[in-house]
Design a binder for this molecule. Structure first.
Ligand code: ASP
Length: 583
């Protein structure tokens, strides 16, 4: 039985416990220790009437995090000593014997961090991860993670899915990032790629007739780590044959419902809402709208062009639009707040944000002086403005205003407390097949190159790639993209057209994807699937800020393992073995 599992039923029983010294409190005469193991804490009491003098003396020499084993009698604490904050707070163990199994050096970071104290810096926590993982918050994160994994396995297995492992040493799988390369010792000059995802293998498993596959798959992507990414991460990877979007949504929803039920005892309501990509971009400025915030973006170009406001007119002349949204009750926001919004807008690359307030005394804000009757009437009508409202406006090309307005919409909603409490699940559907690369203007896949276009022929794709929509979808929770997937292209000719549009020559297509296209020549079922970011899901379930809180041994944002010291240098002999030379 563990420390945290003791109940009144064990009162008067003599038991043996082992664990770590969590905290000690010496009341001169009686020494109290909190003993900790994975199940929780129990108070040990060491006193002259029930502990051997030698054992009591020894106990006084114990340090936090020493590992000990004790024998003692479980008793109910006197009423006045009951600790309601502790699971076992009604009990204590009167220790008769005590033994140290191993001792701890002075601690570089505390395990028993008092609740009012801040945690050490993340760098220290990662450097001493073993100690950091001993904290009950961390243990809880991993218990939830474990339940998520188990529930995923049972849910998918009950739905007829087979769990199959796919290789780590593989060839390139394009998901838009750089591959980690592993030099081959047996074939100098050749490299394995670590998989960015099992994408091609899962499609090959469908071609092999496996019908329903899943894997809790580790993916590796060598990219510059933006705020909360990891070079290796885990996804729930799913693929199904002979299906359409509806079948896939249903599987994903059923799986998540079971995961929430079994990991958190929470019910989520399914089916999730749906929204087309074009509507998401127009009404929310992003392909992952946070629908806990009800405000929508509006196009105010017709109402505000030509009223004598230069910034608007020049943005519209350059092909842009004036878009904005209402912050209900936002007229009370201070000038300092509005300046903050302006800084946020500038940080996204916009010139700034313009604002209009509708107050009891009329209109105010930089645009107010040029608002003629027809413009103000149009605003009221279009936006349903009432007294006390604020309008935030950004003018420019959609590419820019969308990004800025999305950031502003979320920031302003936080400020005025307009974020609904209930979780907002959303399928975003009908993504474009390609998007234009910001620098080169060339088509790049919106998802990945194996996605089926919506009603387009191979010729149409070659002729006008950017106009083609795809059968791709994302699952969004509270504005965070959790999963992504598509119906795949199972037509070799169409697949070639897509790869050619990406600028690959016939030889490159053959050498990189020949194995896929060859398999497709022997009878390929229509198929599709998705992958769901498991680290992110668990982080959101436990309310953690970062996925690093739910990965046992994560890397820093500079892709380093601080505890084990990775990456590390290798010597010349090892390099020579691999056929590599130091530059
Ligand atoms: N392979 C995709 C990814 O890793 C997911 C999918 O399309 O199933 O994002």
């Amino acid at each position: 039985m563990g420390c945290g599992q003791l109940t009144r039923e064990q009162a008067d029983h003599t038991i043996r416990l082992a664990g770590w010294v969590h905290r000690r409190r010496d009341l001169g005469g009686v020494l109290f220790l909190h003993l900790r193991d994975r199940t929780g804490l129990i108070q040990l009491s060491i006193g002259p009437e029930w502990t051997e003098p030698a054992a009591a003396e020894f106990a006084a020499s114990l340090s936090p995090e020493d590992v000990i084993q004790v024998t003692g009698r479980v008793v109910l604490r006197p009423e006045s000593n009951v600790n309601p904050d502790m699971e076992t707070g009604e009990l204590e163990v009167l220790v008769s014997e005590i033994e140290r199994l191993s001792s701890s050096d002075p601690l570089p970071i505390l395990v028993a961090v008092p609740p009012e104290e801040e945690l050490p810096s993340e760098e220290l926590r990662l450097r001493h991860r073993v100690l950091d993982l001993r904290r009950s918050e961390m243990l809880n994160n991993f218990e939830v993670r474990h339940r998520v994994t188990q529930a995923t396995r049972s849910a998918l297995s009950d739905l007829g899915f087979l769990e199959v492992e796919t290789p780590f040493l593989t060839r390139r799988t394009p998901e838009g990032a750089r591959d980690y390369l592993v030099p081959s010792r047996l074939h100098h000059g050749e490299f394995y790629s670590l998989p960015q995802s099992p994408q091609l293998y899962k499609q090959l498993l469908m071609t092999a007739g496996f019908d329903r596959y899943f894997q809790i798959a580790r993916c590796l992507r060598d990219e510059d780590l933006r705020s909360d990414r990891q070079p290796e991460f885990t996804q729930i990877d799913v693929e199904m044959a002979f299906v359409g979007e509806e079948d896939i949504y249903a599987v994903c929803e059923a799986m998540l419902q079971r995961v929430y039920r079994e990991a958190l005892s929470e019910e989520i309501s399914i089916p999730f809402s749906r929204m087309g990509w074009a509507e998401a971009m127009e009404s929310y400025g992003t392909d992952k709208p946070d629908l806990r915030i009800s405000w929508k973006l509006e196009d105010l170009t017709p109402a505000l062009t030509g009223i004598g406001f230069g910034i608007f007119d020049s943005a519209v002349d350059a092909g842009g639009r004036i878009r904005g949204f209402v912050v209900p009750g936002g007229a009370s926001l201070s000038r300092a707040r509005l300046d903050e919004f302006n800084k946020l807008a500038q940080a996204t690359g916009a010139r700034g944000v313009l604002w209009i307030k509708r107050t009891a005394d009329g209109w105010s804000g930089p645009v107010a002086k040029v608002l003629n009757d027809s413009a103000s009437g149009a605003l009221v009508e279009l936006l349903g403005l009432v007294e006390g409202d604020l309008v935030l406006l950004v003018a420019g090309p959609d590419r820019q205003t969308s990004v800025t307005l999305d950031v502003l919409r979320r920031a302003a909603a936080q400020k005025v407390d307009a974020v609904n409490d209930s979780p907002a699940w959303l399928w975003v559907t009908d993504f474009p097949l390609f998007e234009a690369d910001l620098e080169t203007g060339k088509p790049t896949p919106s998802h990945h190159p194996f996605t089926m276009p919506c009603d387009a022929s191979a010729e149409q794709i070659r002729e006008d790639p950017l106009a083609t929509r795809s059968r791709a979808y994302d699952l969004v929770l509270n504005g965070t993209e959790l999963a992504s997937g598509s119906i795949r292209c199972h037509d070799s000719e169409m697949q070639r057209a897509i790869l050619e549009t990406l600028g690959l020559s016939a030889e490159e297509i053959e050498s990189r994807f020949g194995f896929l296209l060859e398999a497709f020549r022997y009878g390929v079922p229509p198929h599709g699937g998705f992958a769901l970011g498991m680290d992110r899901l668990v982080a959101m379930m436990v309310g953690a800020e970062s996925i690093r809180e739910v990965i046992a041994f994560p890397k820093t944002t500079a892709a380093r393992g601080l505890m084990e010291g990775a990456p590390s240098a290798v010597d010349d002999a090892e390099l020579a073995d691999l056929g590599l030379k130091r530059l």
